[in-house]
Design a protein around this ligand. Sequence first.
Ligand code: SF4
Length: 225
Amino acid sequence: MNQKIVYDFTRFTTTDYVGEISCIVWHISCNLRCNYCYNDNIVFAKQGLYTHNDILDFLSKRKTLLTAVVLSGGEATMHNLVFFCEKVKKLGFKIKLDTNGTNLKAIKKLLSKNLIDFIAIDFKAPKDKFKFITKKDSYDDMLNTIKYLLKIDFPFELRTTVNRNFIDENDIKEIINTIYCLGYRNVYYIQNFLQTSSNIGNITQNKLLNKDLIDNSKLTIKYRN
Ligand code: SF4
C-alpha cells in the first residue's frame, strides 16, 4: 500500500465505465509488450507518482462526486489489488478492471472476494498473431479467463485495438467466431490504434479497417474513436 505503483490517476471521467463517474488508476508495469501500446512510459516505469494510500486519500474526499474506480495500467493485475479494492469498496465505490486477461489467478482471487463489478478485456489478436502482437505466448491464458467469466456469468466486455497493418478484417472475423463459439453475447468493441511518438513497436498505420467487411450478424459491434 505504500509502494508507488500508481503511475498517475485520472481524477474524473464519464467515458471509461459506462453509467459511472470514475477515477482511473494507472498502475505501472505489464507482462505483455504490445507493439501498438501507447502507454510505454507506464509499462516500463519502475516507480509511479502515487501509492494506493494516496489514491484512497483522494477517494475519501470524492465520495459524493465519484461512483466508481477503474483499475488500469499497464496491467493492474501485476500488483496485489485485494487490500486496495477492499478499502475502495468500503468507501462505497464500484470497481471496474481493465485487463489483458492473462492473469486468471489474480482475477479469480478478486472475484472470489466480490471486489470487482465489471471487467473489460483486450482481446489482442487471433491465436496465430497473438505472440507477434504482444511478444508473449499468452493467448490460451486470455482465453481461459474469458471462459471462466462466461462460466460464472460475470459481466464483462471484449474489445480489440486495431492497427490495420497487423490486424485485418479476417482476423476480426476469426475473433468474433471464437468469442461467439465460446458463448460471448455482449457488445464487441473495436477501437482504432492510436499512433503516438512512443508506441512500443514504433509502428505506423497506413490504412484503416473496412467496416463494411466486418460481419455483425452474430454480435453487436461498436466502434470507439
Ligand atoms: S497495450 Fe499491451 S503492453 Fe500496453 S499496457 Fe496494454 S497489455 Fe500492456
